[in-house]
Design a binder for this molecule. Sequence first.
Ligand code: COA
Ligand code: ADP
Length: 719
Amino acid sequence: MARYELVKRSVALITLTNPPVNALSAAVRLGITETIRRALGDPKVTAVVLCGENGKFCGGADIREFAGTLRGPSIITLMDGIEAGVKPVVAAIEGVALGGGLELALACHYRIAHSKARLGLPEVTLGLMPAAGGTQRLPRLIGIPAALELITTGRHISAQEALKLGIVDQVTDENACKMAVEFALNVVGKPLSSRRLSTLTMPCPPNLDAIFEAVTMQVQKKARGVMAPLACIQGVRAAATLPYSQGMKRESELFATLFNSGQARALQYCFFAQRTAGKWTLPSGAQWNNSKPREIRSAAVIGLGTMGRGIVVSLARVGISVIAVESEKKLLDTGRQMVIGMLERDAKRRGVTASLNLLRFTLSLQDLKDVDIVIEAVFEDMALKKRVFEDLSKVCRPGTFLYTNTSGLDVDALAGVTDRPHMVAGMHFFSPAHVMKLLEVVYGSRSSSETIATAMSLGKRIGKVSVAVGNCHGFVGNRMLKPYTDQANFLLEEGATPEQIDKVLEEFGFAMGIFRVSDLAGLDVGWRIRKESGLTGPKIDPKDPPRRRQGSRYSPIPDMLCEQGRLGQKTGCGWYVYDKPGGTDAKPDPLIQNLLQTYRSRYGIQPRNISGQEIIERCLFSLANEGFRILEDGIAAQPEDIDIIYLFGYGFPRHRGGPMFYASMVGLERVLERLEHYHHVHPDVPHLEPSRLLRKLVACGSPPIQKWREHIKQIHSHL
Ligand code: COA
Ligand code: ADP
């Protein structure tokens, strides 16, 4: 786990060997301890270089070990030994030095980084804090403000930035290991005392309290209710106010509190869930991973609305040439202008040249003859989409994949009008498509594995977190949204206010409550869908009693708002009122209170006080309940996929792990019991009826989330 070689006759080269990222497992810690001891004890050795195999210095602590009890040599003793040693130790950083990897480098006397290396202390993103001296050594090296910023955000920085901050001594384009050996030979015999970071006097600015206060406010605003950043601040404060040994003691106490917290478990679950989802297994267990994606060089995007424009930008900025199609000259010109503006701003922000030469704009589908893929992003209208797909069938060469950007329409129905149903699938982007990280890749019943592999790989290439999902109304994300939104609306009817519900959800950790999000997105989006489904408007079945549609409870309150022109921020009012159309500062609106009161008295509803607990349980348990149904139906392959969709597409707080993980943390038995209770009280709400899978899991003793898959009925897949 750590290789030892003697190079240039007097330099001990120690290489960490634990693929893929040389994480500091117990075996690696033991390997370093033994090889360092050997190097320090060998009179031939005058200096030591520490590097990592396969061009990666070290990805930090082995996160998989956190699930058990930590064994093996203490990393802190090991680092203290390196730092106190009388021979210079140089860290040769290639690839990554993250978390414990950077802390290890900080315990060395010198650090040389390759120009492409990334450094950081990302523990906070896993619900933890640096616990091998990171909070004590880094501030002594680069000062309190810079250390606070890096430790509380967990941001990765480039080698160049690390050099500027003083974290590394040299940056090289050559092999960092080779350079470090040369460097080590040159520093042999030089005094090491000023290189031992733990012994340095802390550079303390005079306005210390103000600095800590400002950072505390900043993290509380950014990550409401999240513990780790606050613990990080306390760790750095200890560095500023206590001697090193006491600071270390404080660091380890704070770490222990975080280590056992539900938040840390949730955030570590998210880390692995993201990687699991990327491997996109399917409910059938089909061998999709073996199918090779086709390489994409050219694409066409049809429709330059908000979605189409974002998709064009996402593709062009990774070097894919794009033909953008609109239906009218004026719309084409506006679209062109907007796309160019977006690409220019994006390039400026990233410090590169805008890739405008990759773009072509046209009104004619005939120009799409030779593209590798088409992504259709016209209006969400099945008849129109069908026409477009029929035309594409005629125009595009047989090898062109056809994808539809739809938020919920039937992918099979579209595939059915083409000459190549196996090459059709959904790519559900989220708005704005060049910013939002989530991509649902929707496989239809006839989509080939190559079609899905190509979409998944394209998603990865354009920086999306892609999840493969089955074809049903709303797919995973929007299908689950319905029971959640329904509950919020029913709670309004029963006595809650939009601001009360939003406050509870925001305290839970959502960046914005459901009504504020609805105002931002526009209430008309859902209204149009409801009208098309015959839930509101002229098609309503006259036999439905009030507040019932198609046999279930239905709240017409959102429709009433739309009828009054309250479409959200864009009209200056929706669930809240804004100072002007397009304003963002939401204020509670007395007119909404009046509307709710009138509504309640019309239907004889006695408003009651609704607790925060009821709001959370009804909104979030019904969300998870639909997630269980989605697993049962084989629309998502595993709970991790659902959680990733909610984390990256719907703002679910990461420190809660996602709706399914949250349900597992609350306890499935409790979720079942509460759903049974609410369904009993509201028998006309089918979504509150506990799903079969939830019952089954509880009957099996509520296994941990990683084991749910074994209980999910294996559905047969055509693949
Ligand atoms: N401990 C255990 N496993 C780790 C790990 C760690 N610190 N870092 C990465 N891995 C695993 C991943 O789970 C993945 O495993 P898999 O192939 O079985 O899915 C594999 O290493 C490759 O990681 P991946 O993230 O897919 O590779 P990448 O090249 O895109 O990114 C890193 C590499 C190091 C930047 C990224 O993995 C990372 O950020 N790791 C965590 C670093 C960290 O937070 N360290 C502090 C720990 S307290
Ligand atoms: P969003 O992208 O937000 O869903 P729109 O529904 O406004 O936004 O965007 C759809 C775009 O698709 C519109 O600009 C419309 O002009 C365009 N469009 C509609 N039909 C066609 C078509 N047949 N060919 C090309 N573009 C089309």
